[in-house]
Design a protein around this ligand. Structure first.
Ligand code: PEP
Length: 249
């Protein structure tokens, strides 16, 4: 039985003061942690504050990206070890904004995911098609390529130590959401693709949906059999909304 994971990607939002306010709101709320885990991914500069505030809670902390390198002359980069030292246990990799603005490839995401697993961080590996690709009927072809590329060389054990997020690019930050049926179709496709590597791992890996998840659509999305949680952007910046989403599981 897969547990739900509700992850908040704060993107470039959250000064230290804003982080404290948002997390105070989350800590004041409640949710059933036997059904769902909560994860927040603030900007690097707020990770330590977040970890300190959340240390006695069940809420986990993650980074939004990391370097493929362990250390050295890579200006502005952050390593897996650095994330660990500020209390992160997850890291989002291959988000469409990283792919779009920083030309990240499946190959790079694959190498980063391997480095994350080596460091005992759980990678959340993002895949998703653009609107043009969906309208051209290429969704499965694109997602299949992204899954094959980002999981290249993965053993069953490595898949079990990872999370996959399906985020249709056209649904991110646009207010347009995939219908529960559209999302379920792609999640099922991803699970079948992963089963090509290992059936057990495909059954146990959590596949999150991301793309304008809000309190009013969360229940329908999260009730689909292959949707195991959500990667939430905008609605993760409001404690009430994020709590409503986790309470929709
Ligand atoms: C995201 O950026 O991962 C995301 C899903 O954003 P939003 O929920 O705002 O669409």
């Amino acid at each position: 039985m897969r547990k739900f994971l509700i992850a908040g990607n704060w993107k470039m939002n959250g000064t230290i003061d804003e982080t404290k306010t948002l997390l105070s709101g989350l800590l004041a709320g409640s949710y059933d942690d036997t059904k769902a885990d909560m994860l927040v991914c603030p900007p690097y500069t707020s990770l330590e504050t977040a970890s300190n505030m959340l240390q006695d809670s069940k809420i986990a902390v993650g980074g939004q990206d990391m370097s493929v390198h362990q250390k050295g002359a890579y200006t502005a980069e952050i390593s897996a070890t650095m994330l660990l030292t500020v209390g992160a246990s997850f890291v989002i990799l291959g988000h469409s904004e990283r792919r779009q603005y920083h030309a990240e490839s499946d190959q790079l995401v694959n190498a980063k995911a391997k480095a994350a697993i080596d460091a005992i961080l759980t990678p959340i590996i993002c895949v998703g098609e653009t609107l043009d690709q969906r309208e051209a009927g290429q969704t499965e072809q694109i997602i299949g390529m992204q899954i094959d590329g980002t999981l290249e060389g993965f053993s069953a054990d490595m898949i079990k130590k990872s999370v996959i997020a399906y985020e249709p690019v056209w649904a991110i930050g646009t207010g347009k959401t995939a219908t529960p049926e559209m999302a379920q179709d792609v999640h099922k496709f991803i699970r079948e693709r992963v089963a090509g590597i290992d059936k057990d791992a495909a059954e146990s890996v959590q596949i999150l949906y991301g793309g304008s998840v809000k309190p009013d659509n969360a229940k329908d999305l999260l009730s689909q059999p292959d949707i195991d949680g959500a990667l939430v952007g905008g609605a993760a910046l409001k404690a009430d909304d994020f709590l409503k989403i986790i309470n929709a599981v």
